[in-house]
Design a protein around this ligand. Structure first.
Ligand code: FCB
Length: 425
């Protein structure tokens, strides 16, 4: 056991996070439509060992048990995601009431337990019919997203005050559209950039739709990483700045500053044609908080030949790694938060850390317990780093662990255990 943590500010929100496709299962029930993740996971060779989210943690049926586990943790908030294909099976038009009923029951049960529901509207499960029309490469998907957001808020905003529009548009664009390692599995490299912009446009349109239907607080969650150059050389420093522009600034600058980072160094246009007049105003509608997901820093060197990328991600030496091989650098959370504070100044709203956690090869001991000391150490280190960032003046209002339960870890299937609660699959 580690010694007690320093005190966090009054009213600090403690929570845990999950996402629909990773836990729900029940993919064919109550009128749910197909999403890009159903298609991707059922395509041979896409997900390790052919795992799918068909059953996942069976949360769609076992949610009362899961909420009892959540209640036992003593957290004040639960971040889950609403599955768009349950609410609008075809991605547009009238809602599917049975899909909304599920989240309606969940919200009521959370409130009965005194746990604040914090839904994310989009955690990567695009309705397949929208992908068939171009997915996030098609500007119209942004409008469809705002329409879906309105339907969810019409049903739930009388009880749900705090809403997250998108989860990690960068990761969805990069893995889903640039490299093809996530659904929908497209490998377009820089031609994936419109999929990032259209997600942000969808976010901006949804902010207005949510507020018009009574949402009190609206946020976006970005995956952020502090970027460390591999050496002091001018080449590595320039490559690190470029990586920072793609990973962090491409998604934070439009939202917080209403501007777009300069990517002309890699031959991209100064005024990308997919960004239309007025888009940046829509995207930069004021937010009540920024959601930040942090897992690790990124060390970057000058481009390696043959990769097609203008930078090279290189290992961080001399630190422990998680089961996923991700470096464990608690100070990175401090550096990330103070860095955002410095970069955006008064344009930075309060921050909620909406995901942080690690995968561990947990084993169940003979007495039925999991002694996950590596996870405890990980969380202890990151909470201390978070506390230091707050002491240094960053306005952080909450922290959510990824994840409540072990779950379907995207293209790694059930191989990575991130849960505070162990799941016997
Ligand atoms: C984040 C995702 C989340 C989970 C964690 C490990 O990028 O938002 O769904 O997979 O990584």
């Amino acid at each position: 056991m580690t010694s007690g943590l320093p005190a966090f500010p009054e009213g600090f929100l403690w929570g845990v996070s999950t996402a629909a496709y990773q836990i729900e299962g029940a993919v064919d029930e109550d009128g749910r439509g197909r999403s890009v993740w159903d298609t991707f996971a059922h395509t041979p060779g896409r997900v390790r060992d052919g795992h799918t989210g068909d059953t996942a943690c069976d949360h769609y049926h076992r949610w009362p048990e899961d909420l009892a586990l959540l209640g036992g943790l003593g957290v004040g908030a639960y971040r889950f995601s609403i599955a768009w294909p349950r609410v609008q099976p075809g991605g547009s038009g009238a809602p599917n009431p049975r899909g909304l009923d599920f989240y309606d029951r969940l919200v009521d049960a959370l409130l009965e337990r005194g746990v604040e529901p914090v839904p994310t509207l989009y955690h990567w499960d695009l309705p397949q019919p929208l992908e068939d029309r171009g997915g996030w490469l098609d500007r119209d998907t942004a409008h469809r997203f705002a329409e879906y957001a309105a339907l969810a808020a019409e049903r739930l905003a009388d009880r749900v005050g705090r809403w997250i529009t998108l989860n990690e548009p960068l990761v969805h664009m990069a893995e889903g559209y640039a490299f093809g390692t996530h659904a929908p599995g497209r490998a377009l490299l820089f031609d994936a950039l419109p999929a990032g912009h259209h997600q942000l446009l969808g976010h901006g349109l949804a902010v207005a739709a949510l507020r018009a239907r009574g949402a009190r607080q609206v946020m976006l969650t970005n995956n952020c990483t502090p970027v460390v150059p591999a050496s002091d050389s001018a080449e590595d420093t320039a490559a690190a700045a470029l990586y920072d522009a793609f990973h962090n600034r491409l998604f934070n600058d439009p939202v917080l500053l209403g501007s777009h980072p300069d990517l002309t160094a890699v031959g991209l246009p100064a005024e990308p044609p997919w960004i239309r007049d007025g888009d940046l105003e829509t995207i930069s509608a004021p937010l009540d908080a920024l959601g930040v997901n942090y897992y690790n820093p990124t060390r970057v060197a000058a481009a390696a030949p043959g990769t097609g990328l203008p930078f090279d991600m290189v290992p961080i030496e001399g630190v422990p790694t998680t089961a996923f091989g991700w470096p464990v650098v608690p100070d990175g959370l401090h550096d990330l938060l103070t860095g955002l504070h410095l970069r955006y100044g008064p344009a930075l709203p309060p921050i909620l850390v909406t995901e942080n956690g690690c995968s561990v090869e947990d084993t169940v001991d003979g007495d039925g317990r999991v002694r996950d000391t590596a996870r405890i150490d990980y969380l202890d280190g990151h909470l201390r780093a978070l506390h230091r960032a707050i002491a240094d003046g960053v306005d952080v209002r909450g922290y959510f662990v990824w994840s409540l339960l072990d779950n379907f870890e995207w293209s790694d299937g059930y191989h990575q255990r991130f849960g505070l609660v162990h799941v016997d699959y």
